[in-house]
Design a protein around this ligand. Structure first.
Ligand SMILES: C[S@@+](CC[C@H](N)C(=O)[O-])C[C@H]1O[C@@H](n2cnc3c(N)ncnc32)[C@H](O)[C@@H]1O
Length: 97
């Protein structure tokens, strides 16, 4: 017995994973088919961004009220943790080629 149409059944995990991992930012995360410039997968996308935020803060001393210019941001792998970290008086701008 078929409970759901095949297409719907295949789509559900892909739609729910970004929501689980990124919450209100989920719609800003590209689908895995568009992750062309680094590791592919939602977990990896999130881990990579968080790892680099730690570098910016611990090694670079980035403060929440500072301004970040991201030249060559690609698909925004570093973007979501950064905008979550930065305060309203800080800012993030990206240059996308
Ligand atoms: C190795 S990827 C890194 C992407 C992203 N910063 C990250 O960490 O996931 C380098 C990115 O820089 C972009 N890029 C390379 N040359 C550029 C240029 N002259 N102007 C703007 N972007 C450039 C590429 O398109 C690519 O998306």
């Amino acid at each position: 017995m078929k409970l759901w149409p095949t297409k719907l059944r295949l789509r559900l995990p892909r739609r729910s994973e970004p929501r689980r991992l990124f919450g209100r930012y989920a719609d800003l995360v590209p689908p895995t088919e568009m992750m062309f410039d680094g590791p592919v997968g939602y977990d990896l996308f999130k881990e990579n961004g968080e790892e680099f935020l730690e570098h910016y803060v611990k090694l670079g001393g980035l403060e929440p009220d500072e301004r970040m210019l991201d030249l060559g941001s690609g698909i925004g792998r570093k973007t979501l943790p950064l905008v979550s970290y930065l305060s309203r008086s800080g800012s993030y701008e990206a240059w996308i080629s």
